[in-house]
Design a protein around this ligand. Structure first.
Ligand SMILES: Nc1ncnc2c1ncn2[C@@H]1O[C@H](COP(=O)(O)OP(=O)(O)OP(=O)(O)O)[C@@H](O)[C@H]1O
Length: 254
């Protein structure tokens, strides 16, 4: 794994940020029962950026949601920042999510009626933290959108909206960022910009990133790739290249 800054190495000594043990999650009952996660074991270090890949329906989004405390396991354990999510009540999970976890989604999930600056400030507001305009402005500047602070989502391109979403995820300085197909709706230039911002988050502040993607070049920007098939982790690749990732993926999809 690559660790770009002394800070990352320092947090890394704190041990795993996320651990899943024999994680099982199914949906539906009887004949309609689907086992989305079928005994997942996973351990991710602080400051690492991990891509999660696998065929459609292999359990990637379910893994992300269960790891982030947005969904709960049927059995097994998900321990995020030392907190066993299976034992946590809703109030505690909400506090954990608002304080230490950030999210970026394929469809950006910005609030249409709010400006870029107000969208970025939203997590601070929800967490009951002091909302200072300069914090939101600084986060927007960090993603190259200082001049778009007063624009609403519909007045921005997809790439710009995703950069606002990243600024929104950065503003609370989350220890872990969960990204579900963050480049899925973007052209290749915007995708590269977004991946560069994520790289910077992992390297300069030691934030841990877990990213679901279908795109081998996006996965190649990460430190490691975890491959899922039928709800199980079946492989892990360090320092991935787009080529090797595409080959491995093709072997899973036949
Ligand atoms: N809320 C739900 N209710 C019923 N089945 C679900 C639910 N969520 C996921 N599933 C099923 O669980 C399995 C894993 O879904 P998941 O969305 O985690 O896969 P994925 O790898 O993210 O797929 P994709 O790449 O197509 O987004 C699939 O068979 C899916 O149909």
């Amino acid at each position: 794994m690559r660790y770009g800054a002394a800070g990352s190495a320092a947090v890394r000594t704190g041990g795993p940020v996320l651990e899943m043990r024999r994680a099982v999650r199914g949906y539906g009952t009887g004949d309609a029962r689907v086992t989305a996660l079928d005994g997942v074991d996973l351990s991710l270090d602080a400051g690492s950026w991990t891509a999660v890949m696998g065929p459609s329906g292999s359990g990637k989004s379910t893994l992300l949601h269960c790891a982030a405390g947005l969904d709960t396991l049927d059995s097994g354990q998900a321990v995020l920042l030392g907190e066993d999510l299976s034992g946590a009540d809703d109030k505690r999970l909400t506090r954990l999510r608002r304080g230490t976890v950030g999210f970026v989604f394929q469809n950006f999930n910005l609030v249409a009626s709010l400006t870029a600056e107000q969208n970025v400030a939203l997590p601070l507001r929800l967490a009951g933290r002091e909302v200072r305009r300069e914090d939101a402005r600084r986060a927007l500047a960090a993603v190259g959108l200082a001049d778009r602070a007063r624009h609403r989502p519909r007045e921005m391109s997809g790439g710009q909206q995703q950069r606002v979403a990243i600024a929104r995820a950065m503003v609370t300085q989350p220890k872990v960022l969960f990204a579900d197909e963050p480049t899925g709706a973007l052209d290749s230039t915007s995708a590269r910009t977004v991946l560069g911002l994520l790289r910077n988050m992992a390297d300069s502040t030691g934030q841990t990133i877990v990213m679901v993607t279908h795109d081998p070049s996006a996965a190649a920007a990460a430190d490691a790739v975890v491959f899922l098939a039928d709800g199980r982790v079946i492989d892990r690749m360090e320092q991935p290249s787009a080529h090797r990732v595409a080959d491995r993926l093709a072997s899973l999809e036949v």
